[in-house]
Design a protein around this ligand. Structure first.
Ligand code: PMP
Length: 463
């Protein structure tokens, strides 16, 4: 691993000690972390980060699926600082607006597919999801169907960590810790072909999973349902790429029963799959769409809900107030950064490159180098997102009955790569500006990590 001098004179031991004393980390076993000591990240440039001990790592996760333009983009820094100088804050509640939020709303409407012409702002993906839930329920109330309240989501989906997000998502440990969950949520199976296909072809399986929605609608009564919600690709669930037949069939069923179709684009949005939005890659048109992360490349927190005319017109024409919003809805500095981020993604042809150059290179490199690796049961992905199923025996598709993902994740770190484990799946989502030589380096480091994991997890050790 490359070692460099410390950039900021940070003393990692002091930061770790203070962190252990005072900081409660998200999604973390604090006791275990404090015993081990947190990794102090010090600085970043391009697709790499350096910790305070001088270790260099390729960030194969773009932070937390968000730093789409990579680190160190001066244009984004300038957009923030200029805006902070002229108008650091003003709210958008009381009949006021400002240039960055207005321009950003138009920019999002311009790139969003179909008639998603109006935009509501929040700060995180979870808040966008909460906003969406309140909006679709209010829509049906205004339509004279207040009984249409149910939301249908999927097992192993992730829609955020507020009470609404955790309730809507399909993550068992989150449910256990936040019970009682919000009422009015139903779930159907996920379209995880490699793990759950039961002998069906990909296409057949996609249709079968989509038709689980129709079964659920008939079970609960379509007239009680407000919306179906899904991530185009399930990200935190382990990068589950649905078969090509899945989303068109979901859309057909939603249209048949007049169910609103919601795309949670928090991960897939802003180029990750080679289109502006994942729904474009998978060929469906949502009625409403949540987004965050890549909207600002993570430089400042901002999220949004893009709303189709059908819903927006109803909310507007009702004449009443939509009693919802956040102090920082459309924060000027975050909006200025997001606007510049969209300009750069567009003017630099970043998304075209994900679709036709760097994305295909990443996908084929992963398969060429790791496709036959004894730990890799299956590699799936589109553009610059991928998930790898780690298996005990690839020929017989035997899954591990213990946690090998975390071991592999730690081996990745030791090899100079930040990857993430979702159960026994390793997921990758590097910055969209990653170059070919950097992809090659990433995959080489991953192979080292897989070899080292294999040596510990499989060789000579009974399952
Ligand atoms: N929806 C999806 C699809 C997500 O992946 C995430 C976060 N990973 C969220 C919502 C929640 O976003 P946040 O963490 O910004 O609240």
């Amino acid at each position: 691993m490359l070692h460099t001098t410390k950039a900021n004179g940070t003393d990692p031991a002091e930061i770790q000690a203070t962190d252990a004393r005072h900081h409660l980390h998200p999604f973390t076993d604090t006791q275990a972390l404090n015993d081990k000591g947190s990794r102090v990240i010090d600085r970043a440039e391009g697709v790499r980060v350096w910790d305070a001990e001088g270790n260099e790592l390729i960030d194969g996760m773009a932070g937390l699926w968000c730093v789409n333009l990579g680190y160190g983009r001066q244009e984004l820094v300038d957009a923030a600082s200029e805006q902070l100088r002229t108008l650091p804050y003003y709210n958008t509640f009381f009949q006021s607006t400002h240039a960055p939020v207005t321009r950003l709303a138009k920019a999002i409407a311009d790139i969003a597919p179909g008639d998603l012409n109006r935009v509501f702002f929040a700060n995180s993906g979870s808040e966008a999801v909460d906003t969406m839930i309140r909006m679709v329920r209010q829509y049906w109330t205004l339509k004279g169907k207040p009984y249409r309240k149910l939301l249908i989501a999927r097992d192993n989906a992730y829609h955020g960590s507020t009470l609404a997000g955790a309730s809507l998502g399909g993550m068992g440990p989150m449910h256990a810790q936040s019970a009682p969950l919000l009422p009015g949520i139903e779930r159907i199976r996920q379209p995880y072909w490699y793990g759950e296909a039961d002998g069906l072809s990909e296409d057949e399986f996609g249709l079968a999973c989509a038709r689980a929605l129709e079964d659920k609608l008939l079970e609960v009564g379509p007239d009680n349902v407000a919306a179906f919600v899904g991530e185009p690709i399930q990200g935190a669930g382990g990068v589950i790429v649905p078969p090509a037949t899945y989303w068109p069939e979901i859309q057909r069923i939603c249209r048949k029963y007049d169910i609103l179709l919601v795309a949670d684009e928090v991960i897939c949005g802003y180029g990750r799959t080679g289109s502006w939005f994942g729904c474009q890659t998978f060929g469906f048109q949502p009625d409403i769409m949540t987004m965050a992360k890549g909207l600002s490349s993570g430089y400042l927190p901002i999220s949004a809900v893009a709303v189709g005319d059908r819903i927006a017109d109803t909310l507007i024409e009702s004449g009443g107030e939509f009693a919802h919003g956040f102090t920082y809805s459309g924060h000027p500095a975050a909006a200025a950064v997001a606007l510049e981020n969209i300009r750069l993604l567009r003017d630099e042809g970043v998304i075209e490159s994900v679709a036709s150059d760097i994305g295909p290179h990443f996908q084929s490199k992963l398969r060429n180098v790791l496709g036959e690796h004894p730990l890799c049961g299956h590699i799936e992905g589109v553009g610059l997102i991928a998930g790898i199923a780690l298996v005990w025996d690839r020929k017989n598709k035997t899954f591990f009955d213990r946690d090998v993902g975390t071991l592999c994740r730690d081996e990745c770190t030791a090899a100079g790569l930040i990857a993430r484990a979702c159960g026994n799946r390793i997921v990758l989502s590097p910055p969209l500006v990653i170059r070919r030589d950097e992809v090659d380096e990433l995959v080489d480091r991953l192979r080292t990590a897989l070899d080292n994991t294999y040596a510990q997890a499989v060789t000579g050790v009974p399952q």
